[in-house]
Design a protein around this ligand. Structure first.
Ligand SMILES: NC(=O)c1ccc[n+]([C@@H]2O[C@H](COP(=O)([O-])OP(=O)(O)OC[C@H]3O[C@@H](n4cnc5c(N)ncnc54)[C@H](OP(=O)(O)O)[C@@H]3O)[C@@H](O)[C@H]2O)c1
Length: 153
């Protein structure tokens, strides 16, 4: 089971500006994101990202969506609300027949998965933008990771 984190970031590592502003994310990134969602068939997102997607009516290909939240919410046909450790969520997705998990933000969720040590690959689309305030790729935490550069496109 492979776990991929896919994210659009500014040159200084922000994934959103103040008030969840992601208007700077390019069309090319959105296409890249949709393309990888079509391949994996699933995404895992934090509850805040789920709310932003719904509020902005962002178009994401139909897929198995897992939303992490501490609160109890009822599942729908395509959306599973989970309050579990990342390893259990990955197992749940594996049991559904998928071979890759797409972790798709935001910063809190990314931090949770990084700290759990379950991310195999990080795909970053670096946009020509710098933001002094906003939400970082990983929310603050007691972690570090050594990475290997696989490719630059
Ligand atoms: N640039 C990009 O590619 C990109 C991609 C995705 C998102 N974003 C942006 O990222 C921002 C959101 O990031 P964020 O850090 O504020 O929030 P987030 O990671 O999307 O969501 C945080 C919420 O997820 C739930 N959660 C997180 N860890 C959990 C755990 N271990 N167990 C159970 N629930 C857990 C909690 O929900 P409850 O409060 O319900 O308990 C928490 O409040 C938005 O602005 C979004 O647009 C950008």
């Amino acid at each position: 089971m492979k776990v991929i984190l896919y994210m659009a970031i500014t040159a200084n590592g922000m994934i959103a500006g103040p008030k969840d502003d992601t208007s700077w994310v390019s069309k090319e990134d959105w296409e890249g994101f949709r393309s990888i969602v079509r391949k994996t068939g699933n995404i895992v997102i934090g509850r805040k990202t789920f709310d932003v997607i719904q509020k902005n009516n962002e178009l994401i290909p139909r897929c198995q969506t897992v939303v992490m939240t501490w609160k109890k919410r009822n599942d729908t046909k395509d959306v599973h609300f989970a309050n579990q450790r990342p390893k259990n969520i990955i197992q749940w997705i594996k049991n559904k027949g998928f071979d890759t998990v797409l972790v798709a933000g935001g910063g809190k969720l990314n931090q949770t998965f990084l700290e759990a040590g379950v991310i195999d690959e990080i795909h970053l689309d670096i946009e020509p933008k710098i933001l002094g305030e906003g939400i970082p790729l990983f929310r603050e935490g007691n972690f570090s990771a050594n990475l290997e550069l696989l490719s630059v496109v």
